[in-house]
Design a protein around this ligand. Structure first.
Ligand code: ADP
Ligand code: MG
Length: 386
């Protein structure tokens, strides 16, 4: 049944509309977004689809086709950030859509309630931002239904605020911006300092190339604490260097900056952030020059930096990069927060199957769970479906 049909079966009336928002994969620029730096994500064909109707009684009802359990019913006036949800079935995922309503109301927008039913094809916990897809589809639907008139970047900021302040995940704004602003056939070159962005043509097929996503299907537990530690280390580095954010350290001044830092881990983090920011600029220059194949080695360099300097990789991600490159890929890197999740592999179209098979074989030999491999086709950002 369609998402609209399921909505009607659940709530007893057809929805006012149906919206979709995609997951994303980040090509280059990792752990730079909370440093005011550059990132370059693209939207995936995988989407969260939500059927939504307004309510005018201060109630939010949410239901997900992908989660066991019934409808969660919440009183908007009783929503409290970072608290377990009261008055519902206790489904913790409901904090994502509830956080969006909370963030909109807190910003003074007249949102009086909603019925939401959603279904998503974005793999969860694979580093492909199923959470941002969920937030962005919710905020776009409410923006349209309540006539809030928010721009795409404004929607992304509300979605990020929901995740940071209500759910309690300290993510940057890249995922929400990618889901809200990406367009088909392009990567999104985003400056996270002021949210300015440019759509960079990224038609791989035209160049005889393919970008593979390799989902390792593992998520190691140290991820959350490590993210907070890296973030704190970057902030300490910025303070020590007298800048507001590491993005303000020009790449040419990196050796001087490193010489001024006493703590070894902070030095490594700063080296990663400043060099990865530079790698985004190099990638843009290569794409603008029509030389997408030359982006491969830049990806692999980025992986080495994430592995050795930031130290957020893991054996599975390292093995993807090693096996893919050994089998003739142009380059590869882990993508997203690390400690599991996904990697991206740039490869000539005719070698794509060989490389995917080589990665699968290496995983089998290492005794790892078989990875899931699919092509990252740069797709349309959030939109109204009907
Ligand atoms: P990622 O964003 O990398 O996929 P997160 O841990 O940030 O991983 O977000 C995953 C969480 O988002 C899930 O645990 C769940 O709470 C919520 N979520 C994602 N997709 C759905 C869905 N289809 N239905 C309900 N909740 C979802
Ligand atoms: Mg997420």
């Amino acid at each position: 049944m369609s998402v609209a049909g399921e909505f009607e079966a659940l709530y007893g009336a057809a929805p006012e509309g149906v919206w979709a928002a995609p997951g994303r994969v980040n090509l280059i620029g990792e752990y730079t977004d909370f440093n005011g730096g550059f990132v370059m994500p693209l939207a995936l064909p995988h989407t969260a689809v939500a059927a939504v109707s307004r309510r005018h009684d201060g109630v939010l009802r949410v239901h997900s086709a992908d989660v066991e359990g019934g409808i969660t019913r919440l009183d908007l006036d009783a929503l409290e950030p970072l608290a377990p949800l009261a008055g519902g079935s206790g489904a913790s995922w409901a904090a994502y859509p509830a956080g969006v309503l909370w963030a909109l109301r807190e910003a003074g927008h007249p949102v009086t309630g909603a019925d939401i039913h959603l279904a998503s094809t974005v793999p969860t916990g694979a580093g492909l931002s199923s959470s941002a897809a969920l937030e962005v589809v919710t905020v776009l639907a409410l923006n349209d239904l309540f006539g809030l008139g928010l721009s795409r970047p404004e929607l992304a900021v509300v979605a990020q605020r929901a995740e940071n302040a209500f759910v309690g995940v300290p993510c940057g704004v890249m995922d929400q911006m990618a889901s809200a602003c990406a367009i088909e056939g392009h990567a999104l070159f985003l400056d996270t300092r002021d949210l300015s962005y440019r759509q960079v043509p990224f038609d791989l097929a035209e160049r005889g190339l393919r970008l593979l996503v390799v989902d390792t299907r593992v998520k190691h537990a140290l991820g959350d604490g490590a993210y907070a530690e890296r973030r704190a280390g970057c902030e300490a580095g910025a303070r020590a260097l007298g800048v507001r954010a590491l993005r303000e350290v020009p790449y040419v001044q990196l050796p001087d900056a490193l010489a001024r830092l006493s703590e070894e881990s902070v030095r490594r983090y700063v080296r990663h952030v400043v060099s990865d920011n530079h790698r985004v600029e190099r990638t843009i220059a290569l794409l603008d020059a029509g030389d997408a194949a030359a982006v491969g080695p830049v990806l692999t360099e980025g992986h080495v930096s994430l592995r050795d300097d930031l130290r957020v990789s893991c054996p599975e991600l390292d093995l993807v990069v090693e096996a893919a490159n050994a089998a003739g890929a142009l380059g590869a890197r882990m993508t997203g927060g690390g400690f599991g999740g996904s990697a991206v592999v740039l490869v000539a179209q005719e070698r794509a199957d060989t490389v995917a098979a080589a990665v699968g074989k290496a995983f089998a030999e290492a005794g790892f769970t078989a990875p899931r491999v699919f092509p990252a086709v740069p797709s349309e950002g959030a939109r109204r479906e009907s």
